[in-house]
Every structure is written in C-alpha cells, then in structure tokens.
Write a protein that binds this ligand. Structure first.
Ligand code: IMP
Ligand code: MG
Length: 189
C-alpha cells in the first residue's frame, strides 16, 4: 500500500489514465519534511508569508506549512495558464488575487510544478511590484529542460521528466488532484 492515509490512492476509479509512478507518496512526505526543515532554518528570524498558487499547490502547501516550525502566514491566489489541455497557452490570467499587503513581507511563493516557467515569471513580476522585503519560490516539481524563462528557484522538491503528470494537487481537467502520489497521465485529456 502506497499511503497510510488514503488506502485507495491507486484504486480502480483511475481507470487506465495513470501511467508510471513518478513520485511515491512516501517520497513526497519525506521531501516535504526536508523542505519544511530547510525553510524553518532559513526563515528563523523572519517567518514567511506562504503564497499558495491555487489550485495545484493546495496539497503541497497544506503539508508544507505543517512541516515549518515558525509562525508562518498563508494566503492564496489563483492563476490560470492552461485551458482544458495539457499544453501551456503562455497567457496567465489572475483568477483570484491575494487578500494581504506584501509591503516589507518575506514572501515565499509555493508552486506545484514549474514547466515552461511562464506562470512563475509572470507571478514574480506581479508580486514583486508590491514591494515585498524578499520574494522566493518553493516548487515541488521542476520539469527538466522545459523552461522558456530563466528561473531562480530557492527550493525545488523533485526534478522530473517533461511528461504531463497528475496527483498530489496536479490535475487534468480538474481530476486526480486527490491522489497521494504523482503519476504520468496517459489518458485522453
Ligand atoms: P508553466 O507556466 O508552463 O510553468 O506551467 C505552470 C502551471 O501549469 C502549473 O502551475 C500547473 O498548474 C500547470 N502544469 C504544468 N505542467 C503540469 C503537469 O504536468 N500536470 C498538471 N499541471 C501542470
Ligand atoms: Mg498551478
């Protein structure tokens, strides 16, 4: 069994849409603890505001914030860079903005996956214009060799091949976010 929390993670309901296991639930858990410990050390004197990029990063931020032993704050924003397909449109739309002021805050953007990097590039400029004291990124996944924009990522969980993946927050047409592990998607998008 892959996870002690969700016994049905690879259940029959996923049909034949899931390909190879890319990151196991166990590996996700271990990496999240590691990242949490690192962030706890790095931000000990200035606890960050975690900015979760909805919806894909919701599983990640939920686990990550509990792995950080500091009085962090969390806020959410929603952007849309993909339609219903599995390729980036290159156009980023703000669907929900933050509720809090960023002036003089230490902001840590929490992302699920950096693919082309266009979403993050846009977000950095958008949030950077609000004068935070610092602005860094914690991405669970980085797609190897896919970046079309230079990225400076302070924290990266796993570098993975460029295949489209689902699970642990990542979706295809809003499905499979509730898997505890990450798989390639081999169904019809
Ligand atoms: P980018 O702008 O190309 O870096 O894409 C970033 C966004 O696209 C991520 O925040 C995800 O929401 C989505 N995305 C990119 N690759 C995948 C994938 O393999 N599975 C699910 N969503 C993805
Ligand atoms: Mg996303």
């Amino acid at each position: 069994m892959d996870s002690d929390r969700s016994p049905d993670v690879t259940g029959h309901w996923a049909g034949h849409d899931l390909g190879e296991l890319v990151v196991s639930a166990q590996d996700v858990r271990e990496k999240v603890s590691e990242l949490g410990a690192q962030i706890t050390r790095d931000y000990a004197t200035h606890p960050p505001l975690l900015v979760c990029v909805l919806k894909g990063a919701v599983n990640f931020v939920s686990d990550l914030m509990r792995a950080i032993a500091l009085p962090v704050e969390v806020d959410f924003m929603a952007v849309s860079s993909y339609g219903a397909a599995t390729k980036t449109s290159g156009v980023v739309r703000i669907v929900k903005d933050l509720d809090v002021d960023l002036v003089d805050r230490d902001v840590l953007i929490v992302e699920d996956v950096v693919d082309s990097g266009l979403t993050l590039h846009y977000l950095r400029q958008y949030l950077g214009a609000r004068n935070p004291r610092s602005l860094e990124v914690c991405a669970l996944l980085l797609k190897a060799g896919e970046q079309r924009v230079e990225q400076d990522l302070k924290y990266v969980g796993f570098t993975i091949p460029s295949d489209f993946v689902v699970g642990y927050g990542l979706d295809v047409n809003e499905r499979y976010r509730n898997l505890d592990a990450i798989y390639t998607f081999v169904g019809e998008a």
